[in-house]
Design a protein around this ligand. Sequence first.
Ligand code: SIN
Ligand code: CO
Length: 381
Amino acid sequence: MNINWNNINQEQFLNEYWQQKPIVLKAALNNFDDPIDANELAGLAMEEVVESRIVTTKNNEWSVKHGPFSDFDNLPEQGWSLLVQGVDRWNPEVFALRNAVKFLPNWRVDDVMVSYSAVNGGVGAHLDQYDVFIVQGSGKRRWQVGAVDKTKQQKEITQDLLQVDSIDPIIDEILSPGDILYIPPFSAHCGQTIEPSMSFSIGFRTPSQTELLTSFADFVFENELGKTRFNGKDATNETPTILSKSTVENLKTFMLDSLDNGNFDKFLHQFLTEPTRELDIVPSEQEWTEEQILQLCVSDNITFNKALALQTSYFENDGQLHFYCNGNYFSLLPEQIDFIEDLHLHESLDKFQLKSSVSQLENITLLTTLINTGYWYIDEV
Ligand code: SIN
Ligand code: CO
């Protein structure tokens, strides 16, 4: 699934639009069919583990209700939207939509939020702190989008609904199925529904400094790192009553040193593979043995599939291969690199792809663990 860029190309998009300017890409996805319908979406919104909300509007009065929902009986004819986060975790066809943005660093994709909007439904004029590609599914919506403006303020118009006062649109267009609207962070936007609509929003991750700092501090604490104490030797140059600039600098360097020794790499790989919302991971009912898994690895009708939207990452350092899966760390042998690349890159592996890996016992050991935990599952084809 590739984006048709029309009058621009991918390079121009990256140089001129990404993080800078919104753009509408008409007919960006050929013959686009909704990967999930409104009924299936409503079904997901009934699940405890799925984050969903219904936003209702009438005469500029707004209300927000959070899921899980037990029924949808009392909804008005018009003026509401059902929004469900992380649908890519539960539906393989929705997950496949992420392929449209494969040209961007994969770790930055957060989730695919799917909304169903009745006529006149929407969430009002607002801005997000992250990039989003909104793919228009069935129906039609009018989108007004302003330029990036980091000074624009939002206010809580009702509980859990932030809106801006107004938008000076630089885009005002009606989207049809297969069109894509790219919106950078801090670009105010408002979608109004003209015909009942499905929208698929591929949202990006923008970790804040607070999130990174507090998560790094947790990592340091959990791994019992950071035990070194400050030993400033510069006492003789100081006025005892003053905390000198050079001491401040020294302590800052001392703190920054804690990011060294590979600690920061380890932290970041772990942090970025931690799930940002619930995944469909079901630990295996039976405890598989390595012998059984080895047998399955050479079977014709078996594939090993990755849980949807599961994040993996790896790096080599000091003759060791560090593998991260769903926030868990595995220390591996450098010789396992080909197997790890296969696990990382493919959603599914069959006996042909596994052929060169099965001769190494360590790979079978790892695969057995990954299957017993439910990170990968066995599928009979
Ligand atoms: C929507 O689908 O109405 C909301 C998407 C957004 O504006 O972020
Ligand atoms: Co938005």
